[in-house]
Design a protein around this ligand. Sequence first.
Ligand SMILES: [Zn+2]
Ligand SMILES: [Zn+2]
Length: 498
Amino acid sequence: MRGGRKAIGNLLVRPCGGMVDAIDSKSIVERRARSSRARGTNQAIAGPCGTVYPGGMKMIAAAATALLALAAPLHAQVAAEPVAQRIQADMPGLLAIYRDLHANPELSFQELRTARIMADAARQAGFAVTEKVGRTGVVAVLRNGAGPTVLIRTDMDALPVTEQTGLPFASKARGLSRAGVESGIMHACAHDTHMTAWIETARLLATRRGAWSGTLVMIAQPAEEIGEGARAMLADGLYTRFPKPDYVLAFHNSADLAAGVLGTTRGFAMANVDSVDVLVRGVGGHGAAPQTTKDPIVLASAIVMRLQTLVSRDQNPVDPAVVTVGSFQGGTTHNIIPAEVALQLTVRSYSDRTRTRLLDGIRRIASGEAIASGIAESAMPVVTVKPGYTRATWNTPDFTGRMTTLLRGHFGAARVVDLPPAMVGEDFGEYGRAAPDHIASLIFRVGGVPADRIAAAEREGRELPSLHSPTYAPQADAVIAAAAEALTVSAMDLLRRD
Ligand SMILES: [Zn+2]
Ligand SMILES: [Zn+2]
């Protein structure tokens, strides 16, 4: 997910400060895992599903496969047990997977190791798996009789962020970002919780296949953070080489909601995200002789100020929009008026119409201010809108209502809140947009912040780390458990036998 933090009214959400440590969980399974680490052992943690991950960071695939085979009969026995109970029993193994993914993050379209783990897990759960869909994506299909097709998506990529959580399994990985900058790599958007919940959901639904009928398509998507992965998978035949879904589901963890709390938004949930460059050109010269120049610093400043009116004066106040100038680069020293200034903007909207109006407004204001500054026709500002923008995410309203009612019935009303839309971006919307009349789409939120930390932050007036922060560390067990349970009961409802 891209963008800043959002306001969520007063729903169990308040900025807080302290770093959230995933091993602060008081759950028994966490304490058990922690004591294993404290002993310095590298013993394998075996989940009841049979998957074995060593206490260290390396997965031993052969051992995992062998134990999974042995555990197959167990699946039949556990199929009838409550989903939540099964997840808690599986949690030590799931946290081992989570820590391994967290310690070994990979940047967008470089998710090779990660994709292999996802593919292996789905294959071992009984899915037919295809790799390298949309470069590094994974498609896992489980055909289970007549009925609709449900697609469940996780994203896989991490960010060029140097981790500062202090977690014992913190990432030390480094790499080159798309911008060519070398930095640390971190699951600062916590896509590692998404992947772990996805694996558990695949297992839960596979072991319960006697209770549902239809087709399950589970996908692990690359490159969400750069907004290209969903389109890459669709362009590589996601809906032609594999069953086309009737329903698409996903979740994103939340740095604002209390751990384990679910949130849904009907209609527009996340925004169109455009990146815009404005090159402001002037005539450079001596800082003491401004009359010989056309000062692009002053012109760019006027443009920045005038851009504020696009939202405050031109925009319908009940139709949200954002124009932020995030970068203003110009000049080298005190006494030189530069020839150019470069601005970088992020522009957020929901409807296509508003988006077009904002982008046209940026061009108009840049030209208008340049004319007012006496800039020659040949040196008008150059406005470049980055192609391939992230399109707004639309949660199909009646489908979202149906799933919200289902989840409230399952978890209790207090654990499922209505969330207002946010201006962050997500490329999940592409899966519904590919056939909006036929595919119902929902991405929901799962809270990752311990409630006591939210309360403490509120008392002390401190800020919580947001998604993409180098100190963001969700309470992983709560996110994974709530998400896997929600995805499983949702899919089973959509695929229920009549
Ligand atoms: Zn993100
Ligand atoms: Zn994200």
